[in-house]
Design a protein around this ligand. Structure first.
Ligand SMILES: *Cc1c(COP(=O)(O)O)cnc(C)c1O
Length: 346
């Protein structure tokens, strides 16, 4: 339950990898990578796409290709790009961040407008990029409502600031909302999404946007050491992921919902309105213990979860986690809750 990054490739995916036609991609000659990039561009309604080694590389390259040193980038305060990318924005692009906390991690056009810099004031850095996270990981897998995206797009266009979406789990948002990825991507200029999470590929993320953007991004990727050779083996898994693994995400969402509802019933602290996709973030405060203590008790039951703060834990459902595993996890959470209640009575 730690993360959907632990998924392993399916047997069919491995077969597709074995049989992949390959070439040198730095020369643009890997037919399988070219096919994956065409597929990603088509699915998102963008001109072009680029295979990158990880979601982090995709996000960092997107910033690098669209900013200059000293620019400002707007982010939600718990955004992966700010929180979990090793300070890459400062280190690789030399940009500074402007963050604001938003309920459920979902920024609004109003939030963002308040953070835009007036370009006519000599003191101000240039606001170069707006970054949204869909679904929002630390907020518990929450989705941007389509009307919010539309308002942000309109405001951003008026201000002349491009919008990048960290769409590591954009297919989860698409399945949960019943809205095609192409529609969600239509509200941003550039987007990154992961092949290696719920979609089950062993490696890889995609960056999509205009042809001019992808040309710049390809150069940035090369600079970071991400120019790959016969990586069609990886791309074949990505094609399989995009064509065969999207539909089943609904099952992960149903599993997360079951876990979330069970957590609420047992008295763990949880806001069920955040359980929209495959992530369940819950609070251990009601039991007066630390997240680390509960993590350890669950590990003893054979259930691995992630620590998400001093009193918060995260569970993620994904390919490879069955209905039986969910039932087992609920039983384990129940046993731990009972034990903690008894301990506190003593
Ligand atoms: C996982 C994730 C990424 C990228 O992670 P990598 O491990 O670098 O592939 C980016 N953004 C979000 C929201 C994520 O959850």
């Amino acid at each position: 339950m730690r993360s959907d990054t632990v998924t392993k490739p399916t047997p069919e995916m491995r077969r597709a990898m074995y049989e992949a036609e390959v070439g040198d991609d730095v020369y643009g000659e890997d037919p399988t990578i070219n096919r994956l990039q065409e597929l990603a561009a088509e699915l998102t309604g963008k001109e072009a796409a680029l295979l990158v080694t990880s979601g982090t590389m995709g996000n960092q390259v997107a910033v690098m290709a669209q900013t200059q040193k000293g620019d400002e980038v707007i982010l939600e305060a718990d955004a992966h790009m700010f929180y979990y990318e090793v300070g890459g924005l400062a280190c690789l692009s030399g940009v500074q961040t402007r963050t604001v906390s938003a309920p459920h991690g979902i920024l609004t056009a109003e939030n963002i407008r308040a953070m835009l810099r007036n370009p006519n004031d000599i003191h101000n850095p240039r606001t170069a990029l707006i970054c949204l996270e869909n679904t929002h990981n630390r907020a518990g897998g929450t989705c941007y409502p389509v009307n919010v995206l539309a308002e942000i797009k309109e405001m951003a266009q008026q201000s002349g600031v491009p919008v990048h979406v960290d769409g590591a789990r954009i297919f989860n948002a698409s399945v949960a909302l019943g809205v095609p990825v192409r529609v969600l991507a239509g509200y941003c200029d550039t987007m990154m999404f992961c092949l290696a999470k719920g979609l089950g590929a062993p490696v890889g993320s995609m960056l999509v946007g205009s042809k001019a953007f992808i040309d710049r991004a390809r150069k940035c990727r090369k600079m970071l050491g991400g120019g790959m050779r016969q990586a069609g083996i990886i791309a074949a898994a990505g094609i399989f992921a995009l064509t065969s693994m999207v539909g089943r995400l609904a099952e992960d969402h149903a599993h997360a919902r079951m876990l979330g509802e069970a957590c609420l019933e047992m008295g763990w602290g949880i806001d069920l309105s955040t359980v929209q996709t495959n992530i369940v973030v819950f609070d251990v405060m009601p039991f007066n213990v630390s997240a680390a203590a509960v993590q350890k008790l669950l590990a003893e039951e054979g259930v691995k979860v992630s620590q998400f703060g001093e009193f918060r834990l995260r569970m993620v459902t994904h390919y490879g986690i069955t209905r039986q595993d969910i039932d087992y996890t609920i039983a384990a959470l129940n046993r731990v809750a009972k034990k903690l209640r008894q301990d506190s009575k003593r």
